[in-house]
Design a protein around this ligand. Structure first.
Ligand SMILES: [Zn+2]
Length: 396
């Protein structure tokens, strides 16, 4: 954790929190927090800011070039000197808390040529699995940014949706439902797109061998309390639902059979590999556009993922490492894509950046630039490291 500088940062944060708490609409509250991030100037006292209510925003008060203006300039100059001498390589504060939860115990009961049966009722259909290249990756230590030793155990799970054509889920459409499912399965096996596909009848198909990588999350970022993972094709398993998640219906797009299948599959995988719940995330939470430093290049499961029904804590509450550790941003189109439902984790991420910038004695804009530079450095090191093969992005 960076030491707090001689800044009135706590009073600024209290100001932001006090006004933010009065805004009921999460999207408006997020805009307010973002305006606070933009407006913040280290060293300015609380009275130097003005809060507008419609739309909610915070700005630096315009000052006449008198005593107060001169005071602000002096404060700024003093801070620039104070912060210039500070170590420029202070790692960002950890923003994800480890969740202590006992790992499930699930065992393989029976394995035939076509199916595996597990003690929790999970059945995995075995007829189609593709071979790619064996999983092998390194993670970055969160504190030191050192690369780990090469690893072969998956660190987490990314949830996807197929976004493929879906017939109405009714008995009269059985033939179409079966046809669509088998077409999709053939397609995802051919492209080695995921490790598992859950069809609309709740059947779990193995798409890529569990010990291999899949082309599911080319440009992506996640982190737990200790490790940062870049480009998750090797480090994370992929579980996809035959579903469309961008429909904005407000209800879970997976049906109860699929949710039940996902629950027992996640239970087995977490037990087998020791995967912590905070590393079970949706594609929308991890996908990034590396060139534009924007999150949400893919937005599948950007809303309504049934975390609790699958036995996981609500992941939309977690801060996003892409924002807090690497200064990524997002635009209005992203908020539209996730259905205008602002994740509590997005708000938390913005507040964290504000806090960390203040603790480091930087404006949020300068702090984010520094984080983005770290991302580019780490991404370059990850590319140089030939532990894992080429990353491919699957377009779903
Ligand atoms: Zn996806």
């Amino acid at each position: 954790m960076a030491p707090a500088g001689p800044l009135p940062s706590e009073s600024y944060l209290r100001l932001v929190e006090r006004h933010g708490a009065r805004i009921a609409d999460p999207a408006a509250r997020l805009r307010f927090v973002r305006s606070a991030r933009e407006a913040y100037v280290p060293g300015l006292p609380g009275w130097a800011y003005v809060v507008r209510s419609d739309p909610p925003a915070i700005r630096v008060r315009r000052l006449p070039l008198g005593g107060a203006g001169a005071l602000a300039v002096l404060l700024l100059l003093g801070l620039v000197r104070a912060t210039a001498t500070r170590d420029a390589a202070v790692p960002p504060a950890a923003s994800i808390r480890p969740v202590n939860q006992a790992l499930p115990r699930v065992w393989l009961v029976e394995k035939t040529g076509r199916q595996e049966l597990y003690s929790n009722g999970l059945r995995i259909e075995e007829r189609h699995a593709a071979k790619t290249s064996p999983r092998r990756y390194r993670a970055f230590a969160r504190r030191s940014f050192e690369l780990s030793e090469p690893r072969t155990r998956p660190a987490g799970i990314v949830f996807h949706s197929s976004e493929s054509p879906l017939a109405p889920f009714e008995a009269v459409h059985n033939a179409r439902l079966k046809h669509q499912g088998s077409e999709l399965l053939e397609y995802v096996v051919r492209n080695a797109a995921y490790h598992f596909l859950i069809d609309r009848f709740g059947r779990v198909f193995r798409v890529v061998a569990e010990g291999d990588s899949a082309n599911h999350a080319g440009n992506s970022v996640w982190a737990d309390a200790e490790w940062i993972y870049l480009n998750l094709n090797h480090s994370f398993l992929a579980v996809s639902f035959e579903a469309q998640t961008g429909t904005g219906s407000g209800s879970c797009p997976a049906n109860p059979a699929q949710v039940q299948a996902a629950r027992v599959l996640v239970e087995m995988l977490r037990g087998r590999y020791g995967i912590p719940p905070e590393n079970c995330v949706t594609h929308a939470q991890v996908s990034v556009n590396a060139a534009s430093h924007a999150i949400g290049y893919h937005t599948d499961w950007g809303r309504d993922f049934p975390f609790r029904e699958i036995g996981l804590p609500d992941g939309y509450r977690d801060a996003l490492p892409s924002i807090t550790a690497f200064g990524f941003g997002y635009d209005a189109a992203f908020l539209t894509a996730i259905g205008g439902q602002v994740w509590p984790g997005l708000l938390r991420s913005e507040e964290q950046v504000l806090r960390d910038a203040a603790a480091g004695g930087l404006t949020p804009a300068a702090y984010r630039k520094r984080l983005q530079r770290w991302y580019r450095e780490l991404a370059a090191r990850a590319r140089m490291d030939n532990t894992q093969g080429e990353d491919h992005e699957q377009g779903m």
